[in-house]
Design a protein around this ligand. Sequence first.
Ligand code: NDP
Length: 246
Amino acid sequence: MSSLSGRVALVTGGSRGIGAAIAKRLGQEGASVAITYASSKEKAESVARSIEAFGVRAVTIQADARAPDAVRRAVRTTAEKLGSLDILINNAGIGRNGTIQDWSVDDFDMMLNINIRAVFVASQEAVRFMKPGGRIINIGSIGSEYMPIEGGSVYAATKGAIAGLTRGWARDLGPAGITVNNVQPGRIDTDMTPADGPLASRIRGSIALQRYGCPEEVAGLVAFLAGPEGSFITGANLRVDGGASV
Ligand code: NDP
């Protein structure tokens, strides 16, 4: 029997990049999986077909993280369509760079709404459905504690908030038997931070392993935390960064 057989997971932002790799890995481990997306309908449907190939159910839900009602509805739809909700992966997020002189208040608010508020809303709704053994896994960033170049302040602030929420929710939800953890990737080769992007040559040398990670390397840690072997880990901020921040 696979480690997540019979479990139901929701992965926000599962249409591309790290979220898509996590959704597929959870499906491979036997979970039924719902994924949300903002605009990549076809990519989300393609991810769902890959998940169904493992013999489990997959559902795609359009839910823009900027809209709290849409996020709440996505959580409820998952539980209704797949019968329960055991695992929430708060992955949807945006990265935008700029020094303090460049940021507008509107962009600042948008970053906070997508990277923090939507995580709060999804988690608050999800715990209404979760039983003991439930898992919330946030995708933060090593940016919460490590700043190798200029321009990352607002992104880092949002991911620092995720680290704080993780610790607090671990306390809040521990008595209910629900674990809450924060996976903090370093540079991963996705549309957000392509390994051949403009900053790559500057960044690569600062990574101990001298390369960008791939989404599947993040998904492996997430699957471990979601599975039975992760049962006594909660409130942890775990780096998967190739040694970028050592
Ligand atoms: P990508 O840009 O490759 O994918 C982002 C995903 O989030 C897509 O599925 C996208 O949906 C979804 N998304 C974006 N905006 C919204 C929105 N407003 N509402 C709903 N969904 C949205 O990003 P990554 O895979 O690289 O990043 C995933 C997570 O990992 C993020 O939280 C990011 O901060 C974090 N991270 C990434 C790192 C990296 O190096 N790549 C490093 C550290 C952390 P759609 O396809 O519809 O646009």
